[in-house]
Design a protein around this ligand. Structure first.
Ligand SMILES: *Cc1c(COP(=O)(O)O)cnc(C)c1O
Length: 373
């Protein structure tokens, strides 16, 4: 079993950076406004079991999740505070999470009736959040711009009004002008709900806004920001936020190939000079996406080695002609720093054609994780 501890590729998680990103984030939250740390996708690929204790150290009072597995992991990590599910749930999920005291989101009469039945059995009254659609997510919030939507809202309030502790929405964009309009619309929707029910604004947790909303600096009516991305250093390095994950692999073969040789499936890339090539033990099965064929680079011994040809399932090929000292067993950094060089967010985003939350959650779930303090 000793071999199992030598992974082909792995994620290095910098716990100290998560803590300092959190501290910076908490410093940006206006006085009197709360902070919900979002732990979806197993803490954006970092591992709930290791991230939640870091949240506890800084007394984060609210955590947001989606699946029941995440609910359980957050409780097992020792968090007894407010836990909110940030999406609609099936009745089975709601029933299964009851013992963990999850506050559910409700955006339809159907969901309200299901939840009413589930908690009706005399269990502890779980807090419920009324989810409203505001300017365009149309994901799981109640559409309030139509008469039918307003009527449905009244029925939800009749069904489960006494359990409602919050009203929430999720903004589809955070550009200043549409964000301001969405925020105004949400404020009016919240006022409408209070005017048309026994709910009092001052008793409710009204929440909207994620990392980009918080960083936008736009004034938004919210009692709480729900942030994930900000913890993992995707944004604003100029404010001191640092990327919390690195993706590493190893050189497993070195070979000399002549000018004219082709590299990879479909002979897609032809060498225009004699080259020394390294095979690296990471491929698309570990999250090195096929879209990154014949572009990008890895770092070996602190130097940039261009990646050539199509990505294989478990390997890529890098040109190390300029890195004469490279050896089998050397680390190859796919994302992160090595010596003077870094493969940073900007490069990863262009190379893999997607956003960092997608990359981190994918890499973190596909690879073993090594934690650094
Ligand atoms: C994912 C999510 C968030 C957090 O978004 P970030 O951009 O990672 O801060 C907040 N609210 C809801 C409803 C979400 O689904």
């Amino acid at each position: 079993m000793a071999q199992a501890s030598i992974p082909s590729s792995w994620c290095e998680i910098h716990c100290d950076r998560i803590s300092s990103n959190l501290e910076l984030a908490l410093g940006l939250v206006p006085d009197g406004v709360e902070f919900c740390a979002v732990m979806k996708a197993d803490a954006y690929g970092h591992g709930i079991g290791r991230v939640v204790p870091l949240l506890l150290e800084q007394e984060v009072g609210c955590i947001g999740v989606t699946s029941n597995a995440e609910v359980r992991a957050v409780r097992e990590a020792g968090f007894s505070g407010r836990l909110i599910r940030l999406r609609a749930a099936t009745p089975e999920e709601m029933a299964g999470a009851l013992a963990d005291h999850v506050e559910e989101q409700v955006g339809s009469v159907w969901a309200a009736r299901q939840l009413r039945q589930i908690i009706g059995g005399g269990g502890r009254p779980a807090g419920v959040h009324l989810a409203l659609n505001c300017d365009g997510m149309s994901r799981d919030g109640l559409e309030m711009s139509t008469k039918a939507g307003q009527q449905e809202c009244r029925e939800i309030l009749e069904t489960i009004g006494q359990n409602i502790v919050g009203i929430c929405t999720h903004f589809p964009t955070n550009e200043p002008v549409p964000l301001g309009q969405s925020a105004d619309r949400f404020s009016r929707q919240v006022a409408w709900v209070c005017d048309n029910s026994d709910l009092k604004r001052s008793d409710l947790l009204v929440h909207a806004g994620s990392t980009l909303t918080l960083l936008s600096g736009e004034p938004v009516e919210t009692d709480m920001y729900r942030c994930g991305a900000i913890l993992y250093g995707f944004l604003k390095p100029e404010l001191g936020f640092r990327a919390t994950m690195e993706l590493k692999s190893r050189v497993v073969h070195l070979g000399d190939y002549p000018k004219g040789a082709t590299v990879g499936y479909d002979c897609d890339r032809r060498l225009d000079k004699d080259c020394r090539l390294a095979c690296i033990s990471i491929g698309y099965a570990a999250g090195y996406g096929r879209i990154a064929h014949d572009c990008g680079a890895v770092l070996i011994r602190g130097k940039r080695a261009p990646v050539l040809g199509k990505v294989s399932m478990n390997s890529i090929v890098a040109d190390i002609t300029e890195i004469g000292e490279a050896q089998v067993g050397d680390e190859a950094t796919v994302f992160g720093g090595d010596g003077p060089n870094t493969i940073g967010p900007e490069m990863a985003v262009s190379q893999f054609g997607t956003i960092l939350p997608d990359l981190f959650s994918d890499w973190g779930l596909r690879n073993p994780r090594a934690y650094r303090r």
